[in-house]
Design a protein around this ligand. Structure first.
Ligand code: FPP
Ligand code: MG
Length: 294
């Protein structure tokens, strides 16, 4: 039996899903699935049972997302900080991951699992990768930009989440997707993760819809600002080049346009070369990791 594909929404859930789908829908939702141990305590079951119920809830939530047409989900399954928990709990979570991961991968490809992850670690790693690119002569220091850093994150193939949901009443991000959620709708819900319902998800989407125009405007303004800053930097570089060549910086508009165009085409070429090299480096690292753990 499939964990995710099987099981339809109830008639009432389907009815409400169709209404909500008339508004702007999120394409990508991120979850901090918090409250498994409090749930276990509340229900007087073993801690591991709380995590196991948490996993079942993840499978159910993915099914709701699929039914709602939300095709990308990212979850915080295990933070680097979680290694500080007791050995028996860490071992239990690792066992759960081992049992469930491979089957999850067979089911659906729209789930990103952040395991042994923190956002600050991800961002500093991206900075190290760019420094490596400069060291290797693949990048020019002037190529370093927010947009390049974005492409060096583990999430580079996904759009940034539209909604970040944290359950269990905790109102902090705990070092999860800090870069990617700067223009996301943050939803903190009191429900413990294993008790999460379709209606909790529904409420989160409603909050997103109510804030959609403000969020969209902020995203657009940010993208515009990034473009404007890059253009300003390029114009300053061209001015400097022309002055060094003894030409008048403000003179020939056509010449300035050609130089600007060349500058950005060369940067794009370097960036593409660097990203390809980075992908190979990462694939090589993964292959060596696989060999070492085999
Ligand atoms: C937070 O609850 C949950 C975790 C640290 C683990 C999350 C893992 C799962 C939901 C299942 C495993 C998922 C996969 C993909 C294998 P908590 O332990 O912090 O509970 P508390 O906040 O009540 O203390
Ligand atoms: Mg917790």
């Amino acid at each position: 039996m499939s964990w995710i594909k099987e099981g339809e929404l109830s008639l009432w859930e389907r009815f409400c899903a169709n209404i909500i789908k008339a508004g702007p829908m999120p394409k990508h939702i991120a979850f901090i699935m918090d409250g498994n141990r409090r749930y276990a305590k509340k229900c007087q079951v073993e801690r591991q049972e709380g995590h196991s119920q948490g996993f079942n809830k993840l499978a159910e939530t993915l099914r709701w997302c699929l039914n709602l047409g939300i095709l990308e989900v990212t979850v915080y399954a295990f933070s680097i900080e979680n290694f500080k928990r007791s050995k028996s709990e860490v071992d239990g979570l690792m066992d759960l991951a081992r049992q469930k991961f491979s089957r999850l991968m067979e089911e659906q490809c729209f789930l990103n699992v952040c395991f042994a992850y923190t956002s600050r670690h991800e961002i500093s790693n991206a900075v190290r990768e760019m420094a490596w690119g400069v060291e290797q002569g693949l990048l020019d220091p002037s190529d370093i930009s927010e947009s390049l850093l974005d492409k060096c994150l583990y999430t580079n193939r996904s759009p940034h989440p539209d909604i970040l949901i944290r359950t269990s009443g905790e109102v902090r991000l705990s070092d999860f997707l800090l870069w990617q959620t700067s223009h996301s709708c943050l939803v903190f819900q009191p429900v413990l993760w294993p008790e999460y319902t379709f209606w909790n998800l529904f409420e989160a989407i409603l909050q997103f819809q109510m804030n959609h125009s403000v969020l969209q405007k902020a995203r657009d303004m940010y993208a515009e600002e990034r473009k404007r800053q890059q253009l300003e930097r390029d114009q300053a570089t061209v001015t400097e080049q022309l002055l060094q060549e003894g030409l008048q910086a403000s003179g020939d508009a056509q010449l300035r346009r050609t130089r600007l165009h060349k500058l950005s085409a060369r940067r794009e070429e370097r960036v593409q070369g660097f990203l390809q090299a980075l992908e190979l480096k990462r694939a090589d690292w993964l292959a060596r990791l696989g060999t070492a753990s085999a």
